[in-house]
Each structure stands twice: as structure tokens, then as C-alpha cells.
Design a protein around this ligand. Structure first.
Ligand code: UD1
Ligand code: UDP
Length: 382
């Protein structure tokens, strides 16, 4: 084969942040035709990322509706992908991670008998309902993928344990590649508030929270904990770019709107977000991506979940599981605000998730698999 056509499929903000650098890397390879299909499971939050990276999709399914259900996302993606695959005729389809777009993209590749590569493969909690539906999405995608690009050695081990030991490449996470583009010392924030925060005089806490399994009581507990911290501690400023999900926005409004020292703001561009993370004191989050980014930037993370599929930074000591109980979140946060030794122990830059060259390794692996390169790329070693 002299050239191959690779179709990257993604639809949500985190997939876009982690796939745009790869789309660009593939486009720079003379023997690869890099195409991009977005489902737009997220509309505004996706477009913001496409803008940041200057990526123009070749196909846009435009499926998002307010309060969409898992079934509606999956079925619309499947129908839309039929047309996209028929028109674009890829040799290889790439999906990323564990969203509904990921699962539908993989299933669609299978229905069309097109090879599938899974970027960010092998993450597991082994709890079917947590995170929901992501854990089952990634297990199902692993059953279809012919090429698996694992960020870490541990992710590879998970796949091997499941009997999937072929065509696994350890690459690091492409999010670290993305950070190399977005983080800049003299970054000027588009969100004006962020240019004026007292980063030196006070402690800026960066918060995000959006996961479906946290809807309802866990989210209430989390928000009440944040409220308690902000009301008590005059030395903090809490910045929470609120996800556009109406479920999340209603809860955030109810528990946090108007609380002193709490800034509820709209979602940030990836550039603003990554640079805010680089300047903040501490991150509190239930996000997957933030657990990978913050350690690389030397920021401690308290994870607002019961489990994590990203144990590497926990082992390295920069990420702690805080859970979803109000008192636990408050006391762990208090400790990091008050005890310098506890803070310093966590605030170290560690890089278990990559060295910024994951996209190069993935593109090399694809070229090797299709006979366009003589040598298999070396695995990433943390
Ligand atoms: C999805 C993923 C989740 C990922 C998260 C990243 C699934 C099942 N979930 O969850 O794994 O962690 O994205 O953020 O795939 N909305 C907008 N504009 C946007 C984006 C969302 O208005 O740009 C609103 C819409 O009302 C939409 C709702 O948010 O219906 C929820 O979006 P959805 O993609 O269904 O779920 P997320 O919680 O974002
Ligand atoms: N992010 C962003 N703007 C925001 C919040 C998050 O650019 O206002 C970025 C964040 O830095 C990370 C990604 O979005 O790269 C994580 O997305 P999210 O938390 O929505 O999803 P998850 O990683 O949990 O699947």
C-alpha cells in the first residue's frame, strides 16, 4: 500500500483536545491522508477546541440536542457514521477513549468492516457502572479494535489480562502533546476574570464536575463541600468553569451561585483552561483529563469520585481520591490549604502520562502496521 486513509472520529471536548494533535500529526505524514469526522455530541465545547487547534472537520454529524440520552447519541451517531464511512472510504478508523461517540464510532467501523484503532486504550475500573457509561464503552471498544494505543504500561497490562495481547503500543497520552501547544508563560486569558485573579496573594482552587454517576446526591455533596470551604476560608478563590450540561448548571446554580469567593464561569477554551491550571494552587475535579494534565503541571488533584481508572498519578502521590462525601472533601482540602508539608508532598510535577510525543508514536505505529515504515516504534517508558 502506498498511502492510507485514516479517519479520526470524535465528538466531545476531551476527545477533541486529545485527538486534534493526532489529526495534525497524521496530516503531516506524506503517506497518510488524514480525515476527520466529528459527531458533535458536544457542539459549542467541541467547536471551541477545533478553533484552538485550527482543525477543520471533513464531516460533521451535528447530533447534539439538549439533555440528550445515551440511546439518542448512540443511534444518531450510528446512522450518521454510515454515510460518513460510505463517502470517505477510510482504511482505518480511529476513536478515542470511552464516550458514546467512541462506542458508536467503533461499532460503526465494525459494521462496515473497517479496521479500528483505539486511542487511550486499556483504562479500567472493573466496575461496570462507574464511571457510567464509560467503563462499558471502553470494554466494548476493546472487543472491536485491531490496534490499541495505550497511554501507560498499566493500561497495556489490563488488555493483556483480558487476553488481548496483539497490536498494543504504549504511547503516552496525547493530552500531554496538547499541553505543549497550549501552555505558555505569557498567556493572555480570553476570560478576563482570569487575568486579574490574585494567584500570588490567595489560593486559587480550580474546580470541575460533570460526570453522570455524580448526578443527584454525589453532586449535591460535592457542591455543599465547596460552599463550606469558600464560606470559611477567606484565603481562597474558587474558579469553576461549569459544563454546559443543564443538569450540572442547575445544580451549580442552586448550591454555589452567589457564594462569596466562588466564581461560576462558562466553559473555558483549552488554552485558558490549561494556563489556569498551570497558575492555580489546587485542582478539585471528577474529570478524567484533568487527572492527567494537572500532575504534569505540578498541581495536586483531589478526585471527586469513588474510584479512578488513572492510578498512575495516585501511585506517584500527586492525585488523591477524595470521594463524594462532603466531610471527606472538606477535610482533605483543608489539609492541603493549611499544611505546607502535605501540600508540598503532592505538588510535584510528575509525568506518568506521557512525554509529549504520543502522537508521533501512534502515527509511526500506523505506518508500521500498514507496511509504510520498517520498524515498530519503541514503547513509551514513564
Ligand atoms: C460526555 C461523555 C463523558 C465525558 C464528557 C466530557 C458520554 C456518555 N459522556 O458527557 O464521558 O466525560 O462528555 O465533557 O459520552 N451540552 C451543550 N453544549 C455542549 C456540550 C454539552 O449544550 O457543547 C449539553 C447538552 O444539553 C447535552 C448535555 O450537555 O445534551 C450533556 O452532554 P453529553 O455529551 O450527553 O454528556 P456529558 O455529560 O457532556
Ligand atoms: N477543559 C477545558 N475547558 C473547561 C473545562 C475543561 O478546556 O472549561 C478541558 C480540560 O483541560 C481537559 C478536558 O477539557 O483537557 C477534560 O474534559 P472533561 O472534563 O469535560 O471530560 P473528561 O476528561 O472527564 O472526559
Amino acid at each position: 500500500m502506498e498511502t492510507i486513509r485514516v479517519l479520526s472520529v470524535f465528538g466531545t471536548r476531551p476527545e477533541a483536545i486529545k485527538m486534534c494533535p493526532l489529526v495534525q500529526e497524521l496530516a503531516a505524514r506524506p503517506q497518510i491522508e488524514s480525515l476527520c469526522c466529528v459527531t458533535a455530541q458536544h457542539r459549542q465545547m467541541l467547536d471551541s477546541v477545533l478553533d484552538t487547534f485550527g482543525v477543520k472537520p471533513d464531516w460533521d454529524l451535528d447530533i447534539m440536542t439538549p439533555r440528550q440520552t445515551l440511546s439518542s447519541i448512540t443511534s444518531k451517531c450510528l446512522l450518521g457514521m454510515d454515510e460518513a464511512i460510505d463517502a470517505l472510504k477510510p482504511d482505518l478508523i480511529l476513536v478515542h477513549g470511552d464516550t458514546s461517540t467512541t462506542f458508536a464510532g467503533a461499532l460503526s467501523a465494525f459494521y462496515h468492516q473497517v479496521s479500528l484503532g483505539h486511542v487511550e486504550a486499556g483504562l479500567r475500573t472493573y466496575d461496570k457502572y462507574s464511571p457510567f457509561p464509560e467503563e462499558m464503552n471502553r470494554v466494548l471498544v476493546s472487543g472491536i479494535a485491531e490496534m490499541n494505543f495505550c497511554p501507560t504500561f498499566g493500561n497495556r497490562e489490563n488488555l493483556v489480562r483480558e487476553g488481548r495481547d496483539r497490536n498494543i503500543f504504549i504511547t503516552g497520552n496525547t493530552v500531554i502533546d496538547a499541553l505543549r501547544t497550549t501552555v505558555q508563560e505569557n498567556h493572555h486569558f480570553a476570560a478576563e476574570l482570569l487575568n486579574h485573579l490574585p494567584y500570588e496573594e490567595k489560593k486559587v482552587l480550580l474546580v470541575t464536575c460533570h460526570r453522570r454517576e455524580n448526578y443527584g446526591e454525589p453532586m449535591r455533596n460535592i457542591f455543599q463541600a465547596l460552599r463550606q470551604i469558600a464560606e470559611k476560608r477567606t484565603d481562597v478563590e474558587l474558579v469553576y468553569p461549569v459544563h454546559l450540561s443543564p443538569v450540572v448548571r442547575e445544580a451549580a446554580d442552586q448550591y454555589l451561585r452567589g457564594v462569596p469567593r466562588v466564581h461560576l464561569i462558562d466553559p473555558l477554551s483549552a488554552g485558558d483552561m490549561h494556563n489556569l491550571m498551570a497558575r492555580c494552587y489546587l485542582v478539585l475535579t471528577d474529570s478524567g483529563g484533568l487527572q492527567e494534565e494537572a500532575p504534569a503541571l505540578g498541581k495536586p488533584v483531589l478526585v471527586l469520585r469513588r474510584e479512578t481508572e488513572r492510578p498512575e498519578a495516585v501511585a506517584a502521590g500527586t492525585v488523591k481520591l477524595a470521594g463524594v462525601v462532603q466531610e471527606d472533601i472538606v477535610s482533605l482540602t483543608e489539609e492541603l490549604l493549611s499544611k505546607k508539608s502535605a501540600y508540598d508532598k503532592m505538588a510535584r510535577a510528575v509525568n506518568p502520562y506521557g512525554d509529549g510525543h504520543a502522537c508521533r508514536r501512534i502515527a509511526d505505529a500506523i505506518e508500521w502496521r500498514y507496511g509504510l515504515r520498517p520498524e515498530r516504534p519503541a514503547d513509551y517508558q514513564a
